[in-house]
Design a protein around this ligand. Sequence first.
Ligand SMILES: [Zn+2]
Length: 304
Amino acid sequence: MTGPREDVPGSYCAACGAVVHRPLRSGPDGRPGATCPRCRSLERHRFLSLLLGVLSPELRDLDLVVEIAPSRQSTPLLERLGARRMVSLDAGYDARAVDALASIERLPLRDGSVDLLVCYHVLEHVPDDAAAMREIARVLSPRGLALLEVPIREGVETDEDLTATPEECLRRFGQRDHVRWYGDDIDERFSAAGLATMRVTPPALLGEAAVEWFRLMRHEVVWIARPGCGRVSPMLAGGAGSGLTAAFDAVLGELARTRDQLGRARARNERLAAQRDALRVRLAQRASVEEPRVITRLRRVARL
Ligand SMILES: [Zn+2]
């Protein structure tokens, strides 16, 4: 995790695509430097934006994009992909706006119909996560990709308990409505459900410097999944370069715009300073004319 650096005048938010000059706000759990003050994106939204950029060669000419448990920060990123159809689904435990209420354990979608499915922070809530994973594998088209994210602990097996009380869930799984905390066996679980996966983290995908520059979370893990089993082939090899170039091009474009704005502000300041100097000169001239008259008048008054 990287906190805001006070010596950096601005940071680039990959979610809203702007150079942000105010410090990033803390996140939901109080972690510093997490939330963009402009669009309220968190690290995971900024990483999703960059990941979609890296995957862009794989995401051309999309028919159906499905987002499960959408957010105000993630949906615009998916809309930019220009898919012919976008559908958002959620189980309806909160009031978020979605196209349809549905359980991920039984998706109301045809076999092989989805080119991109995004499902962040859902599986840890779902009682039958194996069914949910099988549903994701079922609806993905042969070229389809799923981007999946769950909380994970390294070095331990998944801990789960469907009978735990909310208090115990909070203690064991980090949240009252979580039924498990995933561990090292998650990749085998995906594979058993018919999903071939590959893990990506911000430093592995973008390099160490980008983690700081884009205000990402070093240990965040996203699973890129395709229908199949085992590991996804390293499909990023071809795409990473162009996607990253696009991301940095966006940064450079934004910096150039900021530089233009600064240039215009500076020119305006110079114009105003010139007007101020001219005014001072005129005032001085006027004073040199007026002063003797005033003095004469005062002398006259004094003699009276
Ligand atoms: Zn932002």
